[in-house]
Design a protein around this ligand. Structure first.
Ligand SMILES: NC(=O)c1ccc[n+]([C@@H]2O[C@H](COP(=O)([O-])OP(=O)(O)OC[C@H]3O[C@@H](n4cnc5c(N)ncnc54)[C@H](O)[C@@H]3O)[C@@H](O)[C@H]2O)c1
Length: 246
């Protein structure tokens, strides 16, 4: 029997990168998945891959920073599948700049998507899970929540996700719902592909294991926290970064 047999999952930002790999990984273990994100064309590609695995998958175009869209995602999932067992808040962006050069627009955009967007989907999803008395919420934060040069907006948003995770974990602990965060280290995706060679090499030199991670490395951690084996774990922050944060 597969680990997530017939479970219903939502993954945001599932058109590429960590979100796509996570959606595939959950489906491989038996989950049906709603894949949500900004670009329908890439979501359809993810959905087709999942359907080939014999799992149901519905794509939905959404901007998580818009509350009414987040509500539509929850309503759509309930209409299609009747429940939400697993919610992976993965969608996120970066708009890096040194503090003295960062514009208020760069600040606002990152906070609106990474923090308010995660709050929107988490809050509305948690209302459903509370009633079900079952749920697994996994929020994708970042090792940068501890602070990173050029990422004041991103670090603040990802630190906010940790506070949100721990508060939600406390509030939902008696309702059968666990809430945990994963902090990826340095992972090879679109988000990191334009990092200059000098910075790339510097990052690698800071990773004790000595190499960049893959989206699969993060997907496996999500799978664990979504599984029954993790049912007594809540409010935790799991670093997945080859030892980047020790
Ligand atoms: N790649 C890394 O090294 C790394 C490290 C730490 C944390 N993370 C986090 O992992 C998550 C996934 O990032 P990734 O590396 O796969 O990057 P990515 O840019 O490849 O994927 C991000 C996804 O989020 C979607 N998205 C962006 N804004 C959205 C919005 N408003 N509404 C809905 N979807 C939206 C994008 O369309 C894209 O599919 C992000 O939260 C990121 O901050 C990544």
């Amino acid at each position: 029997m597969k680990r997530l047999n017939e479970k219903i999952a939502i993954v945001t930002g599932a058109g590429r990168g960590i979100g796509k790999e996570t959606a595939l990984c959950l489906a491989e273990e038996g989950a049906h998945v709603v894949v949500a994100g900004r670009h329908l064309d890439s979501l359809i590609i993810t959905a087709e891959k999942i359907q080939k695995l014999g799992r149901q998958c519905k794509p939905m175009e959404i901007d998580i920073s818009l509350r009414e869209k987040a509500q539509k995602l929850i309503d759509f999932t309930l209409r299609e599948f009747g429940r939400i067992d697993i919610l992976v808040n993965n969608a996120g962006i970066n708009r890096d700049a040194m503090l003295h050069k960062m514009t208020i627009e760069e600040w606002d955009e990152v906070i609106a998507i990474n923090l308010t967007g995660t709050f929107n989907v988490l809050q509305l999803g948690a209302i459903v899970m509370r009633k079900q008395e079952y749920g697994r919420i996994i929020n994708i934060s970042s090792a940068s929540w501890l602070g990173n040069i050029g990422q004041a907006n991103y670090s603040a948003s990802k630190a906010g996700i940790i506070g949100l995770t721990k508060t939600a974990a406390r509030e939902l602990a008696k309702k059968g719902v666990t809430v945990n965060a994963i902090c990826p280290g340095f992972i090879e995706t679109n988000m990191t592909k334009n990092v200059p060679k000098k910075v790339w090499d510097l990052m690698i030199s800071k990773i004790p294991m000595g190499y960049v991670g893959t989206p699969r490395d993060i997907a496996h951690a999500v799978l664990f926290l979504a599984s029954e084996e993790a049912s007594y774990i809540t409010g935790e922050v799991l670093n997945v970064g080859g030892g980047l944060v020790l």
